[in-house]
Design a protein around this ligand. Structure first.
Ligand code: ADP
Ligand code: MG
Length: 256
């Protein structure tokens, strides 16, 4: 489904120095798989998502989706950022209908699409509200509904719950699993939280420090549907310790 082969991305910084964000990056994600990416700050996680989204272009290597090279953005690859990036002048419905509108979907069909996804994220009484009238968790629900309104095959999520308080975050993790079960798109999820990565994913990949590449992959064999009780099982704790060990090694090496 998603395949990154020998991907390298070099940026030029403001002083025209070259920054190699990721290099020799290889990853294969199956259709409908939920894969989380963990790694030290600045290792190139967001860069990788932007490359898959087609919002940045790889310097070397290639990214294939269903056997086709990524050459630019496509509504079939939706991205959700930590900052909700909603249009403040549009209502919840207006935000969710934006993608279909740009694609030229007729008004009645657009209404059906927005109703379906606003309902799916649990905001059906709020379709006429504006972003400033919503809490952080609700804004992120709108951002998810807006992404889903394009009926994407791949959802790219860059620390989507990073700005939320702990309880809202737990609630949205639960909701995301439910939504994913219903829509069954492929998810690439970047997070700083080891627990969140294990809880949500079929597979967790750990990136090395910059230039980022995949250092390790861990398959999470916890049956679904999962509940928060799974977070305290010996199996969960074992995954957590393994991942924490790998990440600490990377962080400490970079301090030397
Ligand atoms: P992460 O998301 O893992 O924290 P990023 O992908 O944002 O890391 O960044 C990886 C590296 O690439 C960092 O050193 C960052 O400063 C650099 N970088 C990212 N985007 C740009 C850009 N547009 N121009 C220059 N450097 C960039
Ligand atoms: Mg980032």
């Amino acid at each position: 489904m998603v395949r990154a082969q020998g991907v390298c991305k070099v940026f030029s910084d403001c002083k025209n120095r070259q920054v190699v964000a990721i290099d020799e990056f290889n990853l294969q994600v199956r259709e409908k798989e939920f894969v989380s990416i963990l790694g030290p700050s600045g290792c190139g996680k967001s860069t990788f998502l932007l490359l898959v989204a087609g919002l940045e272009k790889a310097t070397r290597g290639r990214i294939m989706i269903d056997g086709h090279s990524v050459n630019g953005p496509d509504p079939k690859r939706a991205i959700v950022f930590q900052e909700y990036l909603l249009f403040p002048w549009k209502t919840v419905r207006g935000n969710v209908e934006f993608g279909p509108e740009v694609r030229g979907v007729a008004k009645t069909k657009r209404r059906d699409i927005s109703a379906k996804y606003i309902d799916l994220v649990g905001l059906n009484k709020f379709e006429n509200r504006y972003p400033h009238e919503l809490s952080g968790g609700m804004k992120q629900r709108v951002a998810i509904a807006r992404a889903l309104a394009n009926e994407p095959k791949v959802m790219l999520m860059d620390e989507p719950f990073g700005a939320l308080d702990a309880l809202t975050r737990e609630l949205l993790q639960q909701e995301l699993l439910r939504i994913w079960q219903e829509t069954k798109c492929t998810v690439l999820f970047v997070t700083h939280s080891i627990g969140e990565a294990i809880y949500l994913s079929d597979r967790v990949v750990v990136m090395s420090r910059r230039p980022g590449r995949i250092m390790a992959t861990l398959t999470i064999d916890i049956p679904r549907p999962r509940t928060r009780a799974d977070l305290t099982t010996p199996q969960f704790v074992m995954y957590e310790q393994a991942l924490r060990g790998m990440i600490w090694e990377e962080i400490q090496d970079s301090q030397e």
